[in-house]
Design a binder for this molecule. Structure first.
Ligand code: FES
Length: 161
């Protein structure tokens, strides 16, 4: 669950323009959803019926597609996406403790976003740099050989909102 004081404002007119530009296009659904997400930061659930209508599907079918693609989101996400690796190599080298510390610093659980929209915390199966385990990624920056000091160096100054 995302912890938010209030949802960021979305421009429904802009989203409607995107929907119209993909109306009746055979393969329009995924590009349309990607474009909406790029513009709004996520796919607002309230636009799903209009998206479905534009491509001749039921809203439940559009929802199923969104659920299937892990890169599509129906909730707002933070400016910074933190992914802690929970793959085997990271796990045996202390990944669980790293995740616990990150949770403490940010004050959120896995899958949540800080109230100020600064951070979203996720876990990943393996990011492919097991030799540096345990790892975490902030946006596109990989932080390897993590330990409590390094976690504090990255998140220690974060005061929350
Ligand atoms: S298990 Fe963490 S990078 Fe592979």
């Amino acid at each position: 669950m995302t912890k938010l004081k209030e949802k960021p404002k979305i421009n429904i007119k802009e989203i409607d323009k995107i929907i119209e530009s993909h109306r009746n296009k055979k393969w329009g659904l995924i590009p349309m959803l990607q474009e909406i997400q790029e513009r709004a930061g996520y796919i607002p659930p309230e636009v799903i019926p209009r998206v479905a209508d534009a491509v001749g599907l039921f809203p439940s079918q559009v929802q199923a597609v969104i659920t299937f693609y892990s890169q599509l989101y129906t909730h707002p996400r933070g400016k910074n996406i933190v992914r802690v690796c929970r793959g085997t190599a990271c796990h045996v080298r202390g990944g669980k403790t790293i995740l616990k510390l990150v949770k403490q610093h940010l004050g959120i659980e896995e899958g949540e976003t800080t109230e100020d929209m600064e951070y979203t915390l996720e876990t990943v199966a393996c990011i492919g740099v097991c030799a540096l385990a345990p790892n975490l990624v902030v946006n596109t920056n990989i932080h390897g050989n993590m330990n409590p000091k390094k976690v504090a160096a990255i998140f220690g100054n974060y005061k929350g909102s």
